[in-house]
Design a protein. Sequence first.
Lengths: 371, 222
Amino acid sequence: MIKLENLTKIYPDGTVAVKEMSFEVKEGELCVFLGPSGCGKTTTMKMINRLIPITSGKIYIDGVDNTKIDESELRRNIGYAIQEIGLFTHMTVGQNIETVPALKGWTKTERRKRAEELLELVRMNPDEFIDKYPNELSGGQRQRVGVARALGADPPILLMDEPFGAIDPINRVELQSEFLKIQQKIKKTIIFVTHDIYEAIKMGDRIALMKEGKLVQYDPPANLLYRPKDEFVEGFVGADRALKGLQLLRVKEVMTSPPPTAKVEERVEVIRERMEQEGIDSFPVVENSGKLIGLVAESDLGKGKVVKDIIIPSSTTCTVNAVLNEALSVMLSSGLKTLPIVSEDSKLEGVLTFDAIQKALHEAVQTGEKK
Amino acid sequence: MLEAWEFIVRRPELLAEWVVAHLWIIFVAITIAVILGVILGIYITGKGKEQIADTVLYLAEIMMTVPSLALFGLLMLLLGSIGLKAIGFLPAVIALIVYGQLPILRNTYTAIQAVDPAMIEAGKGMGMNEKQILFKIKLPLAVPVIMAGLRNAIVLIIGIAAIAALIGAGGLGSPIFRGLRNARMDLIIIGGVSVSILALIVDSLMALVERRVTPKGLKVKQ
């Protein structure tokens, strides 16, 4: 648990970077520091591990004043990942990840074992990567190693300063989702600095929106979107806040399940009848095991006798844990009006339709405004 | 040319003596120059020392421009006035240290300045202290550039050391100046060619060392 109390930072030249900031980050929560550049988010974060000295006010970590803890000791127990990553280019991936364990005096075997575990965690094959050098990795891989390194000695707290900021948009979304999965496993208390509202909404359990060194609103993402405290917040979340809210919903909360399905040997007449009944223009086709193998569309029904003849082998799907805006963009780009939703092992779990999305969004906005 | 060869065949022990004397002066001078240059170079990269760094580098550059003959003369006067041996080994070594300073100092300074600030920030953030950052991050990354400076310095002072014969330091300058005084072309050739060959050999040896000490991670392709 991290508690900020009247935290203030004034630089020698008189600039007030952070002013009387007070709030609490709960254990196991991912707290996003959000705001335009110069709002004090990075300064606030760096005062937690004392990379920037505090002018006045206090930061308590599990009830202990952080200025009372030895500086190196404090930092070795707080994971630290930055946008530029800063991997040590003269050390291997393994040695990089082992940095903090080495500083803490772990034995070589303990360290190596930990590095292997962490590489597995960030989904990099230890055998392949542990002895590689940072210059041999892609940007995304370096970022993963950076995260693994921050987790080196299993610190209870993690500070991340725009950790995915330098990655191209496609890889960034993937890394974000992966990191969320990791966080579900490791349950760290995380401070995550970003200026990207989409990232904040997707990642944060709670968002601290800052402006000119002051805390403007500290709330879960839904409240920030649907109950903005003032005009600044409203402006910052943007007029398209309903669309941004898509990120707060997961596919599994919105999809139709169990879904209507078709089998390869079913006759088209039967399918046509069922489609009319359900008001859906395509059915996912599954094997007996429940594994998705394709789609059958209403417009193709005249072209064959059984489903097998007219099946569209489809690889366009979304997983149950995807957020709604990812699913929506898949639907828009593929032209599918009915998107099959699969589990991690590609079993069909449900279908997602535009109607369902619209309904869910409408409900979210209404409950948000009523609160 | 032929006479020079005949001389070597006749008096190989003389050539060996010159070479050994030359190498010894270089060795002593460069050892001290490296220690001084690297320590000073690290020192002036410290926080708030930008002013000192500028001054030190400027001074080192000025020293480089002083003609070697003048510097030898100056040192003779200086050492003589404080009662030290004014000719021979001591002034020669001191002058060579001065000339070897700039490449080593400048390269150490630039190499450490050039270390990616993100690495230092990451190191600090993970709880490394100043000493650990210097020895685990800055120096390993700076070593190849420092070595390049060292190579520069050695080749430079191998040449300048020949002039040190004028103040009685011996070495490969001896045959050159003897040849000049007595119009003995063979001696001039022996001295001159030996200095060049020595410089080439030492330089390629240093190139090997430079490769050896470069961290593997910096050699891999991007």
